[in-house]
Design a protein around this ligand. Structure first.
Ligand SMILES: Nc1ncnc2c1ncn2[C@@H]1O[C@H](COP(=O)(O)OP(=O)(O)OP(=O)(O)O)[C@@H](O)[C@H]1O
Ligand SMILES: [Mg+2]
Length: 361
């Protein structure tokens, strides 16, 4: 073979390889990155002058592929794979050469262009990922607001009949004062009605049926009164609490009743999910712009599923009849209407942490 012919042959191999890799990338199917990288490395191997003596490795940390065994001692060339201008790995070609066999200059260039293509692919995957998560968040917000409207209607419709049931049951109870059995049954009706009315109340909170009254408030007394209200519950459930608050006053613009509702609901959860003798810590402090409230406990914390769904209405892990799964949706709704944020996290040591940030003005 003449030299020109040989060069041409190599050139054709390279172009075929680039074409192949482009079509592999175009046909990329999410979730099969490993397969795609493998196909790319095999295609690349064929493009080298001594394919049977060349091995390709695409090293991306967690997901790495290679066309065969390679030894770090073999002659090798590489090209960096960059994703959004940051190094993310390498493509490396190893040659088990004899005598004066060596890589061609063109082979380095080929490696560079494949590394560029792989980098672009990884960038596209990243972009797609963040788009999907954004879309999911928006869908969720949509669902929440639709649910808000529906529940507002339902709550309103149920409120009056529930009040009637309760009223008549109480009347009957005094009429039937001598009939023990009937009285006990009525007591059950009354209890269940009260529970249902509580659910309806939460739904109304959640759907912003309650008018909001924003004023300048000092959150410290709100925290204290929520703790006082729950003091008996803390003792009954044998849960301890610690208030880590250094400031005497922490002022913000908020609806005082809703503020208490936030603290109350978070504390109720913390108590419920605490083990016996567990400690609930209540922390409050300010940053330049926000008042921060942190409530943590020593329970089991969240499962991955719970972490994703805690703020969704009706999500509950409590047994049927014990929880409506609305407490945190109410809290979330109130925090959002105050233009604040709330996050749920697992404490690396133990338990759950809720962090609420509310803007001071
Ligand atoms: N401190 C916590 N530790 C562990 N899991 C929690 C904690 N707080 C909330 N969760 C999880 O989030 C779920 C939803 O909480 P949310 O307050 O909205 O409803 P609930 O407490 O189940 O019912 P409700 O508040 O209506 O009585 C809980 O059932 C639980 O799975
Ligand atoms: Mg709750």
């Amino acid at each position: 073979m003449t030299n020109t012919e040989e060069i041409l042959k190599e050139r054709i191999k390279e172009l075929t390889c680039l074409y192949e890799i482009s079509s592999i990338i175009v046909n990329y199917n999410t979730d099969f990155l490993q397969d795609t990288l493998k196909a790319i490395s095999l295609s690349l191997k064929k493009a080298f002058k001594y394919p049977e003596k060349t091995e390709i490795i695409i090293d991306l940390g967690e997901s790495s592929v290679s066309t065969g065994d390679y030894s770090q001692e073999a002659l090798n060339i590489f090209s960096n794979i960059n994703v959004f201008n940051e190094n993310n790995g390498q493509i490396r070609a190893f040659l088990y050469q004899k005598e004066d066999e060596d890589f061609l200059n063109e082979e380095q260039l080929l490696l560079d262009s494949v590394a560029l293509k792989v980098g672009n692919l990884l960038e596209r995957i990243e972009i797609k990922k963040s788009e999907t998560s954004l879309k999911r968040q928006m869908e969720r917000a949509d669902r929440l607001s639709i649910l808000g409207e529906i529940t507002a209607g339902i709550a309103h419709e149920l409120n009056t009949p529930l009040a009637n049931i309760l009223g008549f049951a109480e009347l009957l109870q005094s009429d039937l004062a001598t009939n023990k059995k009937a009285k006990a049954d009525l007591q059950k009706i009354i209890q269940n009605t009260i529970f249902s009315r509580e659910v309806v109340k939460k739904l109304m909170f959640f759907s912003c049926e309650m008018p909001q009254e924003m004023k300048r408030v000092n959150i410290i007394p709100n925290i204290k009164s929520a703790i006082d209200l729950l003091d008996a519950t803390f003792r009954k459930e044998q849960v301890k609490y610690l208030a880590k608050i250094e400031d005497e006053e922490l002022w913000l613009k908020a609806d005082p009743i809703q503020l208490t509702q936030i603290i109350f609901n978070l504390l109720m959860n913390a108590i419920y999910f605490s083990p016996k003798e567990g400690l609930v810590t209540i922390e409050a402090f300010q940053t330049k712009k926000d008042i921060v409230l942190k409530i943590s406990d020593e329970g089991d914390g969240f499962t991955a599923e719970a972490l994703e769904k805690v703020f969704q209405p009706f999500f509950t892990t409590k047994p049927t009849g014990e929880g409506s799964g609305l407490g945190l949706s109410v809290v979330h709704g109130i925090v959002a209407s105050h233009k604040g944020t709330i996050i749920a996290q697992n404490n690396p040591n133990k338990g759950a942490i809720f962090t609420v940030k509310l803007p001071k003005t």
